[in-house]
Design a binder for this molecule. Structure first.
Ligand code: AP5
Length: 218
């Protein structure tokens, strides 16, 4: 299956996309994570993306197209991909349809993980991420076993550069302006599965995601 995760920043897309990808045995392609890695490594793509990401703005579509084309060419993507954070506007959605159709595939389901703004702000303020392996924690909801250290690889956890209050507001605005319209596109196509991202712990929300996706597969 090719599954898209849609939703405002901090609603829990990444948390749920990672679990679903592991359950289905297909890769999670997080465009945000790939871009952050490129920034850390100082690649040409990372240098172009950094100031836009720091400002909570979208990175140019052509960079994302390249990135998604590479992801689809990976041998482990043969049976499907969980797209986390892509597409984010109409043009990207059209590109994804085209790239999938070129290999006789299509978007099979779109999971919209939504949450109220006050939940989002609390989640992003408490989020801590591992710069080495990408694992995501939360100071209260999902704390690491040793404070400040990644449970998976032991690296020092960091707060993302774009998780400051002002950038959070800008990211929300960008979401409303560019991405929220995709709900209608995918709703019209009968692909949209809405999940309440504030409906419990990450495990409880994952149950909702699995029920929705299972319902779609039947
Ligand atoms: P990206 O990394 O995709 O950021 P985002 O969309 O803003 O989403 P987040 O990663 O902030 O949140 P999430 O919904 O994944 O939440 P999470 O699971 O971590 O993109 C970053 C930037 O890259 C963009 O701003 C843009 O510049 C660029 N970019 C990326 N893709 C692009 C594209 N397609 N086009 C152009 N530019 C692009 O959860 C948040 C916190 O809550 C965590 O601490 C987690 O532990 C906690 N949590 C999760 N679920 C629960 C729960 N049920 N209960 C309690 N806590 C929970």
């Amino acid at each position: 299956m090719n599954i898209v995760f849609l939703g405002p920043p901090g609603a829990g897309k990444g948390t749920q996309a990672q679990r679903l990808a592991a359950k289905l045995g297909i890769p999670q392609v997080s465009t945000g994570a790939i871009l952050r890695r490129a920034v850390d490594e100082g690649t040409p793509m990372g240098r172009r993306a950094k100031s836009l990401m720091d400002a909570g703005q979208l990175v140019p579509d052509e960079i994302l197209t390249e990135l998604i084309r590479d992801a689809l060419a990976r041998p482990d993507a043969r049976d499907g991909v969980v797209f986390d954070g892509y597409p984010r506007n109409e043009a990207q959605a059209a590109v994804l349809d085209r790239l999938l159709s070129n290999i006789d595939r299509r978007v099979d389901a779109v999971v919209l993980v939504d949450a109220p703004e006050e939940v989002i702000v609390a989640r992003l303020a408490g989020r801590r991420s591992c710069p080495r392996c990408g694992a995501v924690f939360h100071l209260e909801a999902a704390p690491p076993e040793r404070p400040g250290k990644c449970d998976m690889c032991g690296a020092n956890l960091i707060q993302r550069d774009d998780d400051g209050p002002e950038t959070i507001r800008d990211r929300m605005k960008v979401y409303r302006e560019w991405t929220a319209g995709l709900e209608e596109r995918y709703g019209r196509a009968g692909l949209l599965l809405k999940v309440d991202g504030s409906g419990g712990t990450p495990d409880e929300v994952f149950d909702l995601v699995c029920d929705a996706v299972e319902g779609r597969r039947r």
